[in-house]
Write a new protein. Structure first.
Length: 410
């Protein structure tokens, strides 16, 4: 990686389309994080059942997996900006309905879950379209920095959005929904204003072959298959964050404030690293840099597992988030640059399935393993497993290990 700032002429914010995209991502990211806090608090206040909190996640997970491949096909057949815009408008309408029903006292558990499901459907179509838009907004040489800057918007929303949502919830969930809906409306306005040049896609009928074309493409490209599968197995094994309440109470002997710090530490590390990557260009040995970052993620997981002091645990989680951000930017840029524009939606959709599945199953695996052998051994196994995966993938994907640049010469 370069350790010097990029030339001023390549400044990301000289590209107006990227500026609109970035601010839209900030607005929708904050809106979604505030929405998540309000929905969880409100539905638990209505029912008092922990199971219903799980149903909120299920209502979002089902459409994200079942609709991913059709959504990818749609992203490759229609203008992606309009798909994102439509998705954000649907989400705005759903949030506006939540606000109206809450403020008038007509909200029920089933209504909340139904509207969360609608938001999940909209996000399922929005995600691959938004991911595959980015290469059209900036020149290819600065795409990695654009991805890092885009990720910084998401990390900032993850850190500050829940706190802002919790603060506003004091005035009632309806207020949170009004603010979140307004932010989505701002995001949609920016997306409507955004303009970029793209050749109209050649329309293809939706057949099994075209819908699954992304899967077939990934199988034929070893580097793309390598980075996507590495992400799946590394996240699947490295799900220590799901066990944070156990570590906070039983090992670090801290209270809710300590748990809050532990939850924030990975996001803070990721945010600061994303800002650094947005200023510096990934220039050489990107394959080994990616593998080293995933290995660093595994080592940080091991340090967290054996730590018995809060400050060391926070440092390990901070490093974990920073290493994960380096790996994520390289993986994301490599997939986008190795994929033709007319396939990016479908490949992004397959990637979304891997990401959603690994996150959900990773938390499940960590919880089940912790129930069987304890939280510390489960986390140690996860960290060691991540290192084993890195070693295996370096052997199985030699071209990825030897990869020098994100964009291979023509």
């Amino acid at each position: 990686m370069s350790d010097s700032p990029a030339p001023a002429g390549d400044a990301l914010f000289r590209h107006r389309a990227f500026v609109a995209f970035w601010f839209a991502r900030i607005a929708s990211g904050f809106g979604f994080q505030m929405l998540s806090v309000a929905v969880g608090w409100q539905i638990y206040a209505i029912t008092g059942r922990a199971l219903d909190l799980g149903l909120i996640g299920l209502a979002q997970f089902i459409p994200s997996v079942l609709l991913a491949l059709p959504a990818g096909h749609v992203a490759d057949q229609f203008e992606r900006r309009r798909i994102v815009l439509l998705g954000q408008l649907v989400e705005f309408v759903a949030i506006a309905l939540l606000a109206g029903l809450t403020l008038t006292g007509g909200v029920h558990e089933a209504t909340i879950l139904a509207l969360v499901f609608v938001i999940g459907v909209a996000k399922a179509f929005e995600f691959p379209a938004m991911q595959s838009m980015l290469p059209a907004l900036v020149p290819a040489p600065i795409l990695p920095r654009a991805m890092a800057m885009s990720a910084s918007a998401g990390q900032a929303a993850m850190i500050m959005g829940p706190a802002l949502g919790g603060f506003l919830y004091v005035a009632g969930p309806g207020v949170v929904y009004v603010v979140a809906g307004t932010l989505y409306l701002v995001a949609a306005g920016l997306m409507a204003w955004l303009r970029y040049e793209r050749t109209p896609p050649r329309r293809e009928p939706a057949t099994l072959k075209t819908v699954f074309a992304g899967v077939h493409f990934i199988r034929r490209r070893p580097d793309v298959l390598g980075v996507i599968s590495l992400d799946l197995f590394a996240v699947l094994l490295g799900g220590a964050t799901a066990l944070l309440p156990i570590f906070a109470r039983d090992i670090l002997h801290t209270g809710p404030w300590g748990l809050g710090l532990l939850r924030a530490a990975p996001a803070v590390g990721a945010l600061l690293m994303s800002l650094w990557l947005a200023r510096h260009t990934l220039q050489r040995r990107v394959g080994m840099t990616m593998f080293a970052s995933v290995a660093g993620f595994g080592v940080a997981t091991l340090v967290f597992a054996v730590s018995t002091t809060l400050w060391l645990s926070l440092a390990a989680l901070f490093a974990l988030g920073a290493f994960d951000m380096v790996s994520m930017v390289i993986r994301g840029a490599l997939v986008q640059l190795d994929t033709p524009d007319d396939m990016r939606g479908r490949v992004s959709a397959v990637n979304a399935i891997f990401i959603n599945t690994s996150n959900q199953l990773g938390e499940f695996e960590s919880g089940m393993l912790a129930a069987w052998v304890g939280a510390v051994p489960a986390t140690l196994i996860g960290g060691l497993g991540t290192l084993v995966v890195v070693a295996l993938w370096m052997a199985w994907f030699p071209s990825l290990r030897r990869r020098e640049q994100l964009q291979e010469p023509a």
